[in-house]
Write a protein that binds this ligand. Sequence first.
Ligand code: FAD
Length: 398
Amino acid sequence: MNNVKRRTVVAGLGSLAASSVFAFGQSKLHVGVVGGGIVGASIAMHLSAAGAKVTLFEKTAIAAGATMNSFAWINASSLDEHYRKIRLSSMAGWRELDRELGLGILWGGALRWQPDGPAADRLQRSVDILKDTGYPLKNLSRQEFGAIAGEFSPENIGVAAFSDLDGHLDPVSVTHKLIARAKALGSELKMPCSVEGLIMNGDQLKGVKTNTGDVALDRLVIAAGVDTPDLTSKVGYETKLIHAPGILAHTSPVKFTTKKVVYSPGAHFKQFADGRIVGADSEEPPETLSHKLIKEKAINFPSKAIEDMHTQRIIDVIATKFPAAKDATPNRLTLGFRPKPVDGMPIIGYIPGSSSIYSAVMHSGITLAPIVGQLVAKEIIGDSREGVLTPYRPERFV
Ligand SMILES: Cc1cc2nc3c(=O)[nH]c(=O)nc-3n(C[C@H](O)[C@H](O)[C@H](O)COP(=O)(O)OP(=O)(O)OC[C@H]3O[C@@H](n4cnc5c(N)ncnc54)[C@H](O)[C@@H]3O)c2cc1C
């Protein structure tokens, strides 16, 4: 049972701050959050807004994990209706946070096209399913394509589609802003500070052991990305993630030409407001002998020359579809590891058998950070179990 009696209704950051009242004389619930990525940042911010005493632990730097290496497309592109709806709620959350905190999110929609063939058939199937939903993905005729997407030069369009609700963000800058807001609301950031052990009294959490000393806590939220399994295993829970590496080529700034996120044959890409282009030519390393090791475990590129080769190749492909990229010079290549649960869905909730240790790990953490922050704060501060999270509970793997 929480030592916070009053329940709060979590709708947005403003309403949280306004509605969070503790009974006079009660001490605040002290919640630790492990991970200064976009998910941990949002959770810390919402917990602080709801009145908890928050300590955020980050072992390296803000956004140093998957967040820094993310494509950061905000979308609800899922054929699973429940998951699509929760993503849509989170997109609404981003619009609200963007207004409140000036996050600079680019809301330009997402454009997809494919030449005739199996990929076009798959895209058309998505359009058929999504066109009349709350996340409308609509076909574009050639004329419509020319009218709204003249900045691109598609080689061959079999099927084209556009969804106008999508956005994209700069994951590092936005995570810094969320953490700045969390600190302004009272969160303490301990960094660099690595959580190395849990201090338990029976099933009840008493605190954490870190490389800089012990910290007493009432609750702990583990939002440690691909490191989450190491921490949950300390209380006997196996967080099942798959190894999912992904690269992105980054350019120096060129003239700002598009707000859209683009998924085209052989390349997905976007442009930041300052003109930098980022993209890749595949979601995962292709099946080749040279990719054997990276497909097994998290390793770095063997050499800078290989990084540069990938960066140039990707930019050359993007330039065939997006002429503005012809003026771009390669800047760097990033290699990230997605915190991807084996069934593709988020894992959010108290660790089975525990009422004090909570876990939040997911792919699409960029899209989902606002709604996850809201719901986690609501469950922890209000001592509630939100029905909308039922399909995503850790129990499903037990
Ligand atoms: C190539 C790529 C493309 C992607 N594209 C998209 C996309 O388009 N849209 C989308 O929504 N999502 C996308 N994702 C997924 C998304 O980036 C992640 O889901 C999200 O960034 C996860 O955020 P997080 O805060 O949970 O984890 P992370 O960002 O990994 O943060 C975890 C943090 O915990 C810290 N940490 C770990 N262990 C400890 C410890 N013991 N003590 C203290 N600190 C610790 C780490 O240093 C790290 O900073 C993509 C990911 C990749 C790699």
